[in-house]
Design a binder for this molecule. Structure first.
Ligand SMILES: Cc1cc2nc3c(=O)[nH]c(=O)nc-3n(C[C@H](O)[C@H](O)[C@H](O)COP(=O)(O)OP(=O)(O)OC[C@H]3O[C@@H](n4cnc5c(N)ncnc54)[C@H](O)[C@@H]3O)c2cc1C
Length: 502
């Protein structure tokens, strides 16, 4: 299958070459670019496209809902809480750089004291005292608790961060597989092997994998240790020390990227991408309409572009975007999205359900270790911003976020909470339903038609979308100006070492 995508990409590149030569000879031609989706992926693409093509390029970005997409906050009692993407890793270079560049403040987003809860009660909980936590975790999981930090840091993150140097050199990748390959060839295998199997190979114990690792997968992706090891490793990184969030909400990063890119935001729902002119100097017609179905103005509008970037997931059979007049099958990933319910409750957790007498003795975050528990996690939330005139201590009820794979019954909510003042529910089409059978897709769908969210098939995270967005911006630029030596070509010094390949 990967080779099929390679050959599609090859055809695309050959057809693209004619138009590249033309724009190079001309020297003056500046593209008109349409981006669909203003989440982190789309706005990062817009930011880098502006840097690469300069101020003359037309960059339109279509958004049917809100800028930020899955980076979104919810307001409860005048306090803002992260409702989607909540935590960032200290080595998420793009998110760190963007936050610094825009003068935004980083706040601590670590969970605090946590407990691992199963259908037969609390398995283990951490303490406010590091030494006590270490003793408890060593007692239950042995040396695995130390080994995991080294494995994530030295074997995974160190190689993952190679991508930044390559992108800074202007190198782009045609497929997700090519991109992972240069980070570490093992990463490609990790997309087709479960996190459980890879961790067993690494010598981690069954109890550690079945409890702690499983609980982290359930909290971060609503899925089990049967998910591919690459996304599993990204998930494990999300349980490392030093996690942070943007004060005022992570959504500010895409909002500011959009502003900085000087792209035109079009409040529209894209319905169709039509291949208007094929071959030399390909062009597309993007149709869109008012996203509000209640609006009287339901007229379809259309704009013409030289380059089109899709920056939203396209779930198989469920996407609302039609692709018309293409002469060949587009290599879209086979994608099913996992439904995650984020339930916000302002109230009192039912301590006795968790085996505690007093609420104050309970950990801040509870991760569940087995499928028999009806929720994936519950955590006391810290606001990411709040009105200055309100003091947190004036609000008696805490706000909790519960992650579940389905909408809970009233009875289940009552089991978890002894009393409540407010309840909100967000039904997310959250991230891919991961499987080791998923093929790693290309970023190039057709000549000058790109898919940022191909990267989500490897792992869904804000930083992954930023990496995918920059890759697509570089691809579009390198294709447009014929810098084919900057596509999939890595110098010897940047190539993974032989040792890594073995
Ligand atoms: C509950 C939850 C928790 C998460 N936690 C974390 C976390 O802690 N850390 C982390 O790094 N990641 C987390 N993630 C994952 C992270 O949110 C995503 O990987 C990332 O936000 C994806 O960004 P994106 O720009 O690719 O897509 P999106 O943010 O989904 O943006 C796509 C945009 O396209 C728009 N759109 C779609 N179709 C059309 C159309 N036809 N016309 C116009 N516009 C359209 C959508 O409205 C949307 O705004 C979480 C996700 C969820 C759901």
């Amino acid at each position: 299958m990967a080779s099929m995508w390679k050959s599609v990409t090859y055809v695309v590149l050959i057809t693209g070459l004619f138009s590249l030569t033309e724009s190079q000879e001309d020297g003056e031609e500046i593209p008109r670019i349409g981006i669909i989706g203003a989440g982190v992926g789309g706005t990062t693409t817009a930011y880098y496209l502006r840097q690469l093509f300069g101020k003359e390029a037309v960059i339109d970005i279509f958004e049917q809902d809100r800028v930020g997409g899955r980076a979104r906050s919810i307001n409860i009692d005048d306090f803002e809480y992260e409702a989607g993407a909540a935590v960032l890793h200290p080595l998420n270079e793009y998110m760190v750089n963007f936050t610094n560049m825009f003068g935004l403040e980083r706040i601590d987003a670590s969970e605090g004291r946590i407990g691992f809860f199963g259908s037969d009660g609390m398995k283990v909980e951490t303490s406010t005292w590091t030494a006590v936590t270490m003793a408890k975790l060593l007692w239950r999981y042995g040396y695995d608790i130390v080994k995991i930090q080294n494995w994530v840091q030295d074997s995974l993150l160190k190689n993952f961060t190679r991508i930044y140097k390559l992108q800074n050199e202007g190198i782009a990748f045609t497929t997700v597989e090519d991109m992972l390959q240069v980070m570490d060839p093992e990463f490609v295998r990790y997309t087709h092997t479960t996190i459980m199997d890879v961790m067993k190979e690494q010598g981690f114990s069954d109890i550690f994998i079945k409890e702690m690792v499983h609980a982290i997968m359930r909290n971060n992706y609503g899925q089990s240790v049967a998910i591919p090891a690459f996304v599993g490793a990204v998930s494990m990184a999300g349980a490392q020390p030093g996690l942070w969030a943007v004060k005022g909400g992570n959504k500010q990063v895409p909002e500011k990227l959009l502003k900085k890119s000087k792209a035109n935001l079009i409040n529209g729902k894209v319905t169709q991408i039509l291949l208007q002119k094929d071959g030399e100097g390909v062009t597309y017609e993007v149709s869109y309409k008012n996203p509000d179905p209640e609006s009287k103005d339901q007229e379809e509008n259309a704009r013409e572009y030289d380059i089109v970037v899709i920056a939203t997931p396209l779930p198989t059979g469920q996407t609302n975007i039609k692709f018309e007049d293409f002469t060949q099958h587009l290599p879209l990933p086979d994608l099913k999205l996992h439904e995650t319910i984020a339930l916000f409750v302002q109230g009192y957790l039912n301590a006795s359900y968790f085996g505690y007498e007093n609420l104050k003795d309970m950990p801040n975050g509870i991760f569940t270790v087995d499928e028999d528990v009806f929720f994936n996690s519950v955590g006391k939330q810290r606001p990411v911003s709040f009105k200055e005139h309100l003091k947190k201590k004036d609000v008696e009820e805490e706000v909790y976020k519960v992650f579940l794979n389905r909408v809970p019954t009233e009875q289940e909510v009552r089991l978890l909470f002894s009393g409540r003042k407010d309840l909100r529910l967000i039904n997310w089409k959250a991230y891919p339903q991961y499987s080791t059978n998923m093929e790693l897709p290309p970023f190039v769908l057709y000549d000058r038609l790109y898919n940022v969210n191909a990267v989500e098939i490897a792992a869904s995270a804000l930083e992954m979308s930023a990496i995918g967005g920059r890759n697509v911006a570089l691809l579009a630029y390198n294709h447009w100006y014929g810098h084919l030596d900057k596509i999939d070509e890595v110098s010897e010094s940047d190539a993974p070492s032989v040792k890594q390949e073995l």
